[in-house]
Design a protein around this ligand. Structure first.
Ligand code: CA
Length: 456
């Protein structure tokens, strides 16, 4: 099981006052990792940081000031990792070192500790308001894979195209995925240009090359790989669990019209590769320990996972009790000062496959995973309409209803949406709650749609 410790104590408070606000995503029990630069500096000056309340603590600076010496004594390579503007070096240092870092930062930030708080100059240099920094991608992502792990999402999408046979026969045996595009992963806040692509109308007319008219988001969760595995050597499901460093929120932007025309026979391609947005703060597996839960309970009659995807530990605590929410704000809503509206709320508990099963399956043919690889779960959807994590599902009227009969979402301005319009902003949030523990959050994963590149 995933043991909790003194760093998860819900009564612990910080001398950073904003971290004690019950509404903050970043109390002292969270301590997510990110990469940032000061707003007046360029990206070459980027540092590893930790979010605390509405502030960012510069970890590289603490290391230079000698405050993390015990860690450096423990692992010689950690000094370089703390000084690198890329978290993959820290991810592959492994869970023990990350835990030591967590314990030390927790100690430094706890109310009453004066090692930073008592030194005015150091505090001013190391602790920066979030409004004064720019968040960058947390790691150089070499490879990106997207799974399809929600049985609710797979069943809904399947029902639209194969009403009599929604779930393909492989679904309950194989964690389905496709290779995504790492080069177009962007950090929260980056504008998303509506893609141009080949679109084919229902009638006999030939396809046209035009801006997508059916632009959608997909609410997903991503995880970063730690050390990875050796080429040709598969990873067990328990070893995979140990090699997951932390989670982020992922928006797998999807152009449904391009997807519909191109996806057979090799799956999604240009309908997905134009952009994927991730949240900047990596919530570590150490922070998530209190919120682990059993894997999805398979209904009677479903097969057990094959042995390489099965373990007692995975079945008992391979799940993550993470709630995810999607909000939309149109340009008109922002102009009027109207708050974003919530479109859906789902839970990672509903995923048919655990993150460890996804990683183990990915390596099961000997495929080599590398530090900093990002793997996403696929759209997180649940059993009810309000749990559906994309517009393709959300505006569809359900089993038996044609794909074309869609009920638009009405916004407070009176605007209607079946898919996204230019100027729409999608905001994703995620949080974990459990009695006896402090709530921790993921911050936000945002993106505004900007008009397509003009075609001459
Ligand atoms: Ca997806």
């Amino acid at each position: 099981m995933h043991k909790t410790d003194a760093t998860h104590d819900p009564n612990r408070t910080s001398w950073v006052e904003s971290a004690n606000d019950p509404a903050t995503d970043f109390p002292i029990q969270n301590l997510p990792l990110g990469v940032f630069c000061r707003k007046d500096e360029d990206e070459e000056e980027a540092s590893v940081g930790i979010a605390i309340g509405d502030q960012v603590l510069d970890i590289a600076l603490l290391a230079r000031e000698g405050l993390l010496e015990d860690l450096e004594d423990e692992d010689e390579e950690i000094e370089g990792a703390l000084d690198s503007p890329d978290l993959s070096a820290l991810f592959c240092a492994g869970p023990e070192i990350r835990q030591m870092l967590r314990e030390r930062i927790c100690e430094l930030l706890t109310a009453g500790n004066d090692e930073i708080n008592g030194k005015k100059k150091l505090r001013k240099a190391a602790l920066l308001p979030m409004s004064g920094v720019r968040m960058l991608l947390p790691a150089q992502i070499g490879d990106y894979t997207d799974f399809y792990a929600s049985i609710h999402h797979a069943t809904n999408v399947g029902s639209m195209f194969r009403p009599e046979n929604p779930l393909l026969p492989n679904y309950k045996w194989v964690p389905i995925g496709y290779h995504g595009r790492a080069s177009t992963i962007v950090v929260s806040g980056t504008p998303i240009r509506r893609p141009n692509g080949q679109i084919k109308a229902e009638d006999d007319t030939p396809p046209v090359y035009a801006p997508s008219q059916r632009l959608d988001y997909e609410m997903e969760v991503g995880f970063f790989v730690g050390l990875g595995n050796e080429l040709g050597v598969a990873c067990s499901v328990d070893a995979a669990e140990e090699d997951i460093a932390g989670l982020v929120l992922v928006n797998d932007w999807s152009a449904r019209d391009i997807q519909k025309w191109e996806y057979q026979p090799l799956g999604p391609f240009l309908s997905k590769s134009f952009a994927t947005t991730i949240s900047p703060w990596v919530v570590t597996m150490e922070a998530l320990r209190p919120f682990r839960c059993p894997a999805f309970t398979r209904p009677d009659g479903d097969p057990r996972p094959l042995a390489y995807l099965d373990s007692e530990h995975n079945e008992h605590s391979g799940g993550v009790d993470l709630t995810v929410e999607v909000y939309l704000a149109s340009a008109a809503m922002r102009e009027q000062g109207t708050a974003p509206v919530r479109l859906s709320r789902g839970s990672m508990r509903e995923m048919y496959w655990t993150i460890a099963q996804m990683l183990a399956h990915h390596t099961s043919n000997g495929c080599e995973m590398m530090p900093g690889d990002l793997i996403a779960t696929g759209t997180v959807s649940g059993p009810n309409r309000e749990n559906r994590g994309c517009l393709l599902e959300l505006t569809w009227d359900g089993p038996g209803q044609p794909v074309t009969a869609r009920t638009p979402i009405e916004l407070p301005t009176g605007e209607k949406r079946v898919f996204l319009a230019d100027g729409d902003e999608i905001i994703m949030r995620g949080y974990c709650e459990r009695d006896g523990y402090r709530r921790i959050g993921f911050g936000e994963c945002r993106g505004v749609i900007v008009p397509a590149e003009k075609l001459s």
